[in-house]
Design a protein around this ligand. Structure first.
Ligand code: 5GP
Ligand code: ZN
Length: 114
């Protein structure tokens, strides 16, 4: 996708603080972190939103959760726990239209999710 900022990070057209990469998935630090650890985990395939996943995307979406655990371990937040957020569509507050999993940790978060 030409105008997608996250595709540009994948293609090294825009710099990103990349913490994980394999053939299907990449993860980089959020530019405006709201927790001591705030990492965005994304499939390299441009999928606009969780709303748009197809059956063929389900494998990589599932794999992302395993990658999240690997990153959490590396970041030292696996034992105490973390939060994963996927903003989805307009009411979900999604700004960047390339599906992304926010991995948040390193501080105690509130019990409320909204
Ligand atoms: P959303 O609201 O779409 O779920 O979250 C988009 C996230 O992407 C925000 O937390 C924002 O800070 C982050 N973000 C937006 N542009 C960039 C960028 O160019 N680089 C990085 N690393 N993060 C970005
Ligand atoms: Zn994209």
């Amino acid at each position: 996708m030409e105008d997608c900022i996250f595709c540009k990070i994948i293609n090294r057209e825009v710099p990103g603080d990349i913490v994980y990469e394999d053939d299907e998935i990449i993860a980089f630090r959020d530019i405006h972190p709201c927790a001591p650890v705030h990492i965005l985990v994304i499939p390299k395939k441009h999928i606009s939103s969780l709303i748009d996943i197809t059956e063929e995307d389900e494998k990589v979406i599932g794999k992302i959760y395993g990658v999240i655990n690997k990153i959490a371990q590396k970041e030292g937040i696996l034992d105490k726990g973390y939060r994963v957020i996927i903003n989805c569509g307009e009411d979900g507050g999604q700004v960047v239209k390339h599906i992304h999993f926010h991995l948040l940790g390193g501080k105690k978060m509130g019990v409320k999710v909204c």
